[in-house]
Design a protein around this ligand. Sequence first.
Ligand code: GAL
Length: 808
Amino acid sequence: MLKIRLLLFLFCVSLQINAQHATRKSFNEGWKFKLDSIQTYSNTGYNDASWRRLNLPHDWSIEGSFSKDHPATPGGGALPGGIGWYRKTFTLPLSDKNKLIFIDFDGVYCNSEVWINGHSLGIRPNGYISFRYELTPYLKYGNEKNIIAVKADNSKQPNSRWYSGSGIYRNVWLTVSDRLHVDQWGTFVTTPKVTNQSATVHITTKIKNQYKSELPFILKTTIYTREGKEVARKDAKGKAGKDGVVSIDQSLSVTNPHLWSTEEPYLYQTVSEVLLNGKTVDVYRTPLGIRDFHFDINKGFVLNGKPLKIMGVCNHHDLGALGAAINTRALERQLEILKAMGCNGIRTSHNPPAPELLELCDKMGFIVMDEAFDMWAKQKNPFDYHLTWSQWHRKDLEDMILRDRNHPSVFIWSVGNEIQEQWGDISKGDTTGRGIARELVAIVKSLDTTRAITTANNETNPSNNLIQSGAFDMIGYNYNHQKWGNFPKDYPGKKFIVTESTSALQTRGHYDKVPFDTIRRWPEAWDKSLKDGNPDFTVSAYDHVSTPWGSTHEESIKELIKNEHVSGMYVWTGFDYLGEPTPYPWPARSSYFGIIDLAGFPKDVYYLYQSQFTNKPVLHLYPHWNWKVGDTVDVVVYYNNADEVELFLNGRALGTKRKEDNELHIKWRLPFEPGTLKAISKKDGKTVLTSAVKTAGQPAKIILQADRNKIKGDGKDLSFITATVVDRDGTLVPEANNQLKFSVNGEGFINAVDNGGPTSHESFKSNIRKAFNGLALVILQSNGKKGKIKVTAHGDGLLESTIEVDAN
Ligand code: GAL
C-alpha cells in the first residue's frame, strides 16, 4: 500500500504543480491553422488537409510584418490581427466511454468560440482568462474521429494598450476523469495558523457527482513534503447527490513546518484522492506553501513575522521575439534575470497571467500581485474589454480567483489598473466607480479572504471614487513618488503599496552627451508628442530620463528605502515589451521602460538594483569608452559591499570616491582619452572587485555565448544565445550594428532572433538580424530529438563563431 501511495505521489510530482487532476494531458500537438476572416470552419465535414500544421501554443501576430497601418497601431505593437481558425482531429479509446472528458484552454486571444463535432460549446471574449468545456456529450470513441474547431477573433482593434498577440497562445489540456471527481479548481488550501512549531492547513474540496444516483465516497487528503514524505493525512466520508457538488472541509496539522519565503520558496503538495467503493477514482493535487503574512500600516509587508520590502516589477505577458506564445523556459529565464537583480515581486499587469508564471513564482519565490483588469465599464480603446464588461466581468473575476488562489506566491489581488471610473462627474451624480469597486471586492472576498485587495490608482486624491468606495484593504498608488512619504498623513490608518512606479526610459547602450544629473521628463505629458528627442529614436541609458508622471530609477528607489510604511513597489517595467513605444511614435514599436531590454539584455540601471537589493558584490562602470577626443564624459559607478571606489585612466589614478549620503551612485566627469578606464572597489583598503571599459577598435569577430549549453530534447526547451560583436582584442564594439546570419545543424531550430532595439522592423522569425549596440540574440529551440546542436554566426568581414548545445 505504501509503495502504491509513493508511486502515486511520484506520478503526481512528475507533472507541474498547478492545482489540477493527475490525469490531465497536454492537448497542444497536431493542430491545423488558417487565417481567414470570411468563411466559417466549424463543420466536421470541412477538409482542412491544406491548412498549416502546427503545435500550440501559437501566436500568429508575431509572425507578421510590422506596419504602422495595422489596426493595432504601434501602441499595440504594429503587428497584424485578424481572425484565425484552429482545428484538431482526434480519437479516444473505447475505455474512455464511461468517463468525463474536459478541454481546458489557458488563454485564447481573443473572442474565442469552440466547437466539438459541430456543436458550439461557447464563446469567451476575454483573451487572458482560462476556461474549460465539457466535451463528453458530443464525443465519439474507438476508430471514429472527433473534430474540435476554435475561432479566435482579434480583428476589431485597437483593443489593447500593448501587444496582445493572437490565437491559442497558451497551453491546452485534455482531462479524462471519473463521473465522481474533484470539481474544476475544486480545492482551496489556506494556512490560517502558522508558527515555527506548527501550521494548520485548511482544505476545502469540492466533489462533483455526475452519476445518475447519490453516492457515498471517501476523500483522502494527504500533505507531502517536497521530497515526497507524507506529513499529514485526513480521511473524510461524504455523500454526493446526483448531479450535485459537495464541499468537504478538513483541517490538517503540519509540525515544524518549512516556511515558504522569497529566499527559500519551500513547497509542499496536497493530494486529494476520491474513493468510490474502496477504489481510487480521482486524484487531484494542489501546491501548498506554508507562510504567514500581513500588510501593516507602519511596517509595510510582513512575511513570516519579518518586514520585507517588496521590490517588484510589472511585466506584460509577451516574451519579446517569441510574442505571446507561452514557453515555460522563456518565462523562467526572465524570472532568473530578475531574481539575480534583487527583484522579489511580479505584478501581472494588467491581466490574469499564464498559469506557468504563477507556478514559477511559487517555485522561485516572488511576491505576486495578480491583476484582473485594465478597464471596467469605461473604455480606454474603442474595442477593448469595456464592450463585454457587463456580461462577463463577474465570471472572469471569479474564474481568475478560483484558478489562482492556491498559489502561495499570490499575496495581492488587484481588480484594476488606472480605471477610468476613478473619476466621474460627481456633480452629475457619476459615482459608478464606487459601486463597481464594492461589487468586485465582494466577489473576491466571497472566494478568498486571505489576500489584500487593491487597485492601481493614478488618481491619488481622496476624491478618487475607488478610494471613496472604502472597499479596499490597501491603497495602491501608481507613480506620485513625492507623495509616498506623506501617505500616513494623507490616509491615516490605511495600508499602502506602490502598485506601479518609475516609468523611466532608456535605450540599452546609448548615452546622450548631457550631464548625468540633468533629469529630463519626456514627453511633456502623456498625450503630447516629443519635441526634442534624438533623430535616431534613442533615449539615453544614463538614469536621467523619465516620463513626467514617473521618476528616475534612483528617485523611486530612494523613496522606497526611506519610507518604512511603503509595503513595496512594482517598477514599470522589468522587461521591455512590444507596443506602447513611449516616448517616440512610429518607427518605434516597443517600449523603452524596461530595466532589461526586449531581448533580455540588462540596461545599466539593472546594476543599480543589484547593488541595492542583493548581497552579491557589484561594481558596474559605465558608459562604454568609445568617444571623440575632446568629449567630456560622465562616468557613473554602481557598487556595494565596499567603502569606496578608485578610478584609473590608462593607469593614472583619478582619485577615490564614496557614495554621499542619500546617493546610490558615484560619478566622475572626465575629458575623454582612448584606452582603458578601470575602477577598483575597496573595503578596509582591500580590493573587492575590479571592472574596466576599454576603447574598442573596428568590429572583427563574433562571440557566441549560451545561457545554457545543455537543454532538454523535448521540443520545447530553449537556449538563449547571445552574439557579441567584438574587436580583434575581444572588446565589445559599442555601436556595432553588423548584419549577422545564423545557421543551425543538428537537433534544434531557430525559433526567433532579436537585438533589443525598439525601432527594428526586421522579422523576429528569421535567421538574420543586425546587431544593436553590439549585441544580438538567437533563441534556439529543441526539435524534440536528442543530440547535438551547432549554431554558427556569420557576418561580412567578421570572423565567424560556432557554439554547441546538447539536447538530451
Ligand atoms: C501607466 C500604465 C501602464 C503604462 C505606463 C507607461 O500609467 O498603468 O500600463 O501605460 O503608464 O508609463
